[in-house]
Design a protein around this ligand. Structure first.
Ligand code: URA
Length: 155
């Protein structure tokens, strides 16, 4: 399971998460691990993509603490229902919602956390990676950590 930030305008229009440029990068990152969105691949290699916020903040501004709190029960329930084998938290708002941490991504990545008992790996948001391509190598390390955690056995 991947958790991002919030739908943007195109995501709102299409009713799908990550349909823009950041989503294309996310798809390529997943494909590098022979993974695909849940609708596109076999169940064993499927990734469910969710957002911390369930609707678009006005003018694409950052989510507020109150908005994150309001949407949290939906995310909690998604995790309960899906029972993902691993969660990849992308970007600081996913981290705030899931780990309740304001620490920088750079300080939280590189190790396995837990959310509702599910292993959780922190990485950069793909929209950030589009602006800061030098950090793509670190995101790849994070994906490899997530894959190795999965291969290490059941959660
Ligand atoms: N960015 C996100 O975090 N989520 C989306 O669905 C689209 C862009």
């Amino acid at each position: 399971m991947v958790v991002g930030e919030a739908p943007g305008e195109n995501e709102d229009l299409q009713g799908e998460p990550f349909v823009g440029a950041a989503g294309q990068l996310l798809d390529r990152m997943l494909a590098a691990l022979q993974l695909a969105r849940a609708a596109d691949g076999p169940p064993a290699r499927s990734v469910y993509i969710a957002n911390t916020l369930k609707c678009r903040p006005p003018r694409n501004r950052n989510p507020g603490a109150e908005e994150l709190a309001q949407c949290e029960p939906f995310l909690v329930r998604q995790v309960e229902l899906l029972q993902p084998r691993i969660i990849l938290a992308m970007g600081r708002f996913a981290v705030q919602a899931l780990l309740r941490s304001d620490e920088a991504i750079g300080r939280l990545r590189g190790r396995v956390h837990r959310y509702q008992g599910v292993p959780l790996v922190v990485t950069y948001h793909p929209a950030y990676l589009l602006r800061s391509p030098l950090d793509k190598a670190k995101a790849w390390e994070d994906l490899c950590l997530a894959a190795a955690t999965l291969e290490g056995g059941p959660a």
